[in-house]
Design a binder for this molecule. Structure first.
Ligand code: HAM
Length: 433
């Protein structure tokens, strides 16, 4: 027997009940981004592999072991399914000279791909909403983006998402710190696991991000980058914190917060919750002033963050329950030769007026069609038999509040008005609550 084909491990279908909820979420995102003057950008899912190697860093988990890379079978070009959106966004800004006249505030949404071990909240195809700015130097934009996060949690009715921030200083400060860190870890080599030993001379800062409990102590006693930052770097960090304090946004400075991607400098931040198990970071980002230059563009300061849509959706559902599906207004029931001709036109006419219509496809007796109408969750059935059709009339039958709006036979031209009127009555009613 043929085996059924299933989706790739870690790459999930989003079924209608959930996808409807994603649609609502994306609408919230669009107005939220607009409120801060961020404009949409749509970027390719496949990019040249060197883009990610140069942007994210050769010695990172993503580039070393998580990228879906392949060769174009026609021309041998090395390509990768994007593991994140910042590199592609910076590439597009350079390629189209987007920031040559004025700074840019951009956002994108879409799937990213990382070959990680799948578990709750961690997938191989996952969705991000990313926000990026290009051309702003000061700490005000870093703070603006953190405030955006705080506002979004409020808009989504979420609480308990905590903000952690740190400053990674400038690359030259990190070079000095790196020497100090390697020296320290070499002295404590016995306490390092294999992964950390491997990272010691390639990317020692990543050791600070280890989740191995056996290394907790050696990490917590290690030298702190923040203690050796320059006056300028500290002033930038203080500038961000001042705006956060003024805005009443609580935060923790975590001197061990390093990010899994190499392009960051100065401010980095993560929003974390303890309500999602091990994968509790819902949003993360920071400043990356060197990236555009590193990718061959004219140096341009930049700052951004991305959130994991699956994690946020899980959190919203955990906090607020699963939202109900949006309602359909009308189920259209019809039978008979004359009705058959009229029914599609009635459905389109109602849709012209903004009323949603489920058309009874596949025929059936009135009784079986009415069963489907009841099961559909529609607010009204519009029923057309030949008798009604000949008179350009239809039966309008409320499927919920029958007592309040009794079934009646009305002219087809009045159906939309009648339904709209009942919606207005409901609004008045709701307005009184
Ligand atoms: P990131 O920390 O790698 O940063 O990812 C950002 C967010 O994407 C994470 O906090 C998490 O919510 C979500 N995420 C990451 N990997 C997975 C996964 N395997 N499954 C589910 N969700 C995941 C970046 O990607 C940077 N590009 C952020 C940024 C934008 N920095 C500056 N601008």
């Amino acid at each position: 027997m043929n085996q059924t084909v299933r989706s790739v491990r870690g790459m999930n279908d989003v079924l209608p009940a959930e996808a409807e909820f994603w649609d609502v979420f994306e609408d919230v995102i669009r107005s939220w981004a607009k409120a801060y003057g961020y404009r949409p950008i749509r970027l390719p899912i496949v990019e040249p592999t060197p883009l990610f190697k140069r942007a994210i860093g050769e010695v990172t988990d993503i580039v070393e072991k998580e990228m879906y890379s392949f060769e174009d079978s026609l021309n041998g070009e090395k390509l990768t399914l994007r593991p994140e959106g910042t590199a592609g966004c910076a590439r597009a800004v350079i390629q189209h000279h987007l920031a040559s006249q004025r700074p840019q505030r951009l956002y994108y949404m879409g799937p990213m791909f990382r070959h990680e071990r799948p578990q709750k909240g961690r997938y191989r195809q996952f969705n991000q909403i990313g926000v990026e700015s290009f051309g702003f130097f000061g700490p005000d934009i870093d703070a603006e983006q953190i405030l955006m996060g705080a506002r979004l949690w409020g808009d989504l009715g979420l609480s308990g998402i905590e903000l952690q921030i740190n400053s990674l200083g400038q690359p030259e400060e990190r070079v000095r710190y790196r020497v100090e860190l390697v020296d320290y870890f070499e002295k404590h080599a016995d306490s390092l696991d294999e992964e950390a030993k491997r990272r010691l001379h390639t990317n020692p800062l990543r050791i600070l991000d280890s989740k191995n409990p056996a290394m907790r102590e050696v990490i917590s006693n290690s030298p702190r980058l923040i203690d050796g930052l320059s006056v300028e770097s500290m002033a930038h960090f203080e500038g961000v914190q001042k705006i956060l304090r003024d805005a009443g946004i609580p935060y923790t400075v975590d001197p061990r917060l390093v990010r899994g991607l190499d392009y960051y400098n100065l401010t980095v931040f993560e929003w974390v919750t303890d309500r999602l198990g091990a994968q509790g970071t819902v949003c993360a980002g920071g400043r990356y002033d060197g990236l555009v230059g590193q990718l061959g563009g004219k140096p341009l300061p930049a700052c951004g963050f991305a959130m994991g849509v699956e994690r946020l959706m899980a959190l919203v559902q955990e906090s607020n329950g699963v939202p109900s599906s949006p309602e359909i207004d009308v189920y259209l029931v019809y039978q008979g030769g004359v009705a058959e001709e009229l029914a599609p036109r009635v459905a389109e006419g109602l849709r012209d007026r903004g009323i949603s219509v489920l058309f009874n496809c596949g025929g059936g007796t009135f009784k079986s069609q009415m069963k489907k109408a009841d099961a559909s969750g529609a607010l009204y059935a519009v029923i057309i038999g030949d008798d009604e059709a000949r008179e350009s009339e239809a039966m309008l039958k409320p499927l919920r509040d029958e007592g309040k709006y009794p079934q009646k036979r009305i002219a087809i031209d009045s159906i939309a008005d009648e339904i709209m009127k009942s919606f207005l009555d409901e609004d008045d009613f709701n307005g009184c609550l």
